[in-house]
Design a protein around this ligand. Structure first.
Ligand SMILES: Cc1cc2nc3c(=O)[nH]c(=O)nc-3n(C[C@H](O)[C@H](O)[C@H](O)COP(=O)(O)OP(=O)(O)OC[C@H]3O[C@@H](n4cnc5c(N)ncnc54)[C@H](O)[C@@H]3O)c2cc1C
Length: 404
């Protein structure tokens, strides 16, 4: 009897439809407006919270799926609705992933629900790693965490940049250096709870795309947090630092542990934009007539659409494989997580560009959504590791060499 298949089960299909209906009914009609306003779309996130889509329960439900596919599917549907709005809804998940990847069960129970809040009293989370001089090179973070033993407090100082939900989040998860001489092995993750003095928003950035998602600097000035806010706890950190000082191998590094688990999800988001653009371009190509026939009747157009569909399906297969591997604890020996994000991100950029091409002049103006999707897609080759860094991860994994 076959024990392998690509068919989604009833539960998965039901969730897919539920998220799709929200994307189609609530996100699509609002997308252009929030892109133009460049503000955090509180009413849309509120709608998502009302139906349980913006909640820890929904995330837990998705994670419960042993195939790992539900998280990917839900993310694809949301970005199919709109990437900026989807990131407003999903931005807190990165903080949650940071807590889950590095925290104890008790810390997960305490802090994760505080990244969502509830309808009428929404809360947000932010995951703060990047700095002006430490983007791809997370080993050179300058933000420092110093332990004040007398008060059992950590004191954080530094400036984070390009942070999704930065400064407007209730809970910030901050990766900081405890021992700079150890590079990324000397780093740890901390939760900065709501209302902590010494954390503030710096400049808010204006962006090419995903404009409904809030991106800003986060400034930490003598920001004091209780000892229990160190994710994973002090004993584990001391043990890890001692191993690093002795030159022994460590199993995980704070920022990397988070990124590894989230890359296939980011890949799934990229596929959602690509699929939206492909579907739109396909319909347009059947309708639009030039030289007395539909433009799809030209092989130049129909083959382009065939390539777009092929790339989208290939990207999805890579994302689903990595999602399944991640959920089932199968190590990414060939950088499969990075591979999926790399291919899906590049696919989104190429497919949305092809969609603009198929629409011609109509693709370049704001009457049609493809110009927005084209702008939105570009971030998927940049954040959570640029395409070059994903190449590096895969190249190192397949060669076993410390390539640069
Ligand atoms: C909209 C948005 C949202 C973001 N959200 C968050 C967030 O929530 N939290 C967070 O911590 N960060 C966030 N980021 C930051 C993001 O993760 C970084 O921008 C990204 O990691 C790249 O770092 P960088 O911008 O400093 O580029 P750089 O590292 O300066 O890279 C510049 C160029 O050099 C290339 N390059 C660098 N090193 C190498 C190398 N070794 N080999 C080959 N090429 C290389 C890069 O691929 C890139 O093309 C966000 C960024 C944006 C734009």
């Amino acid at each position: 009897m076959a024990n392998f298949g690509f068919e989604l089960n009833e539960d998965q299909l039901q969730i897919q439809k539920w998220v799709h209906d929200f994307a189609e009914g609530t996100m699509r009609p609002a997308a252009a407006e929030w892109d133009e306003r460049e503000e955090f779309p509180w009413p849309i996130v509120e709608e998502a919270a009302k139906i349980g889509l913006y909640s820890f329960d929904f995330l837990a439900n998705c994670w419960a799926d042993e195939t790992g596919l539900t998280v990917a599917m839900a993310n694809e549907e949301l970005t199919w609705g709109d990437a900026g709005l989807a990131l407003a809804i999903q931005g807190s998940t990165l903080a949650v992933a940071g807590i889950v990847a590095n925290g104890t069960a008790e810390q997960v129970g305490e802090w994760v629900p505080q990244c969502y809040g509830e309808p009428g009293a929404l809360k947000l989370g932010a995951f703060c790693v990047s700095e002006a001089d430490a983007g791809s090179d997370v080993s050179s973070l300058r933000t420092r965490a110093v332990y004040d033993e007398a008060n059992d407090e950590w004191v954080l100082n530094g400036t984070k940049t390009w942070i999704t939900n930065g400064g407007i989040a209730n809970t910030h998860v901050v990766v900081a250096s405890v021992d700079p001489s150890l590079g990324s092995r000397g780093q740890a993750s901390f939760v900065v709870p709501e209302g902590t003095p010494g954390i503030s928003m710096g400049q808010k950035f204006k962006k090419l795309g995903i404009r409904a998602s809030h991106t800003a600097e986060v400034v930490l000035e003598d920001c004091r947090i209780p000892g229990r806010c160190l994710l994973g706890g002090k004993d584990k950190l001391d043990e890890r630092l001692a191993r690093a000082r002795e030159g022994k191998k460590s199993s995980s590094q704070a920022a990397m542990a988070t990124f590894e688990s989230t890359r296939p999800i980011v890949g799934a988001q990229a596929i959602g934009i690509a699929r939206a653009a492909y579907e739109y371009a396909l319909e347009y190509a059947k309708e639009r007539k030039q030289f007395g026939k539909a433009i799809i009747e030209n092989q130049a157009i129909s083959f382009m659409l065939a390539d777009m569909k092929t790339a989208i399906d290939a990207a999805r297969l890579l994302v689903w494989r990595a999602s399944w591997m991640g959920r089932n604890g199968i190590p990414f020996k060939a950088g499969e997580g990075s591979m999926s994000k790399l291919f899906a991100g590049q696919t989104a950029v190429r497919v949305t560009e092809q969609a603009v091409q198929i629409l011609g002049g109509a693709g370049y103006v704001t009457e049609h959504p493809v110009e927005r999707w084209y702008r939105d897609s570009k971030i998927y080759t940049i954040f959570e590791g640029t395409s070059e860094i994903q190449h590096l991860v895969v190249a190192r994994a397949i060669s076993g060499m410390r390539l640069t």
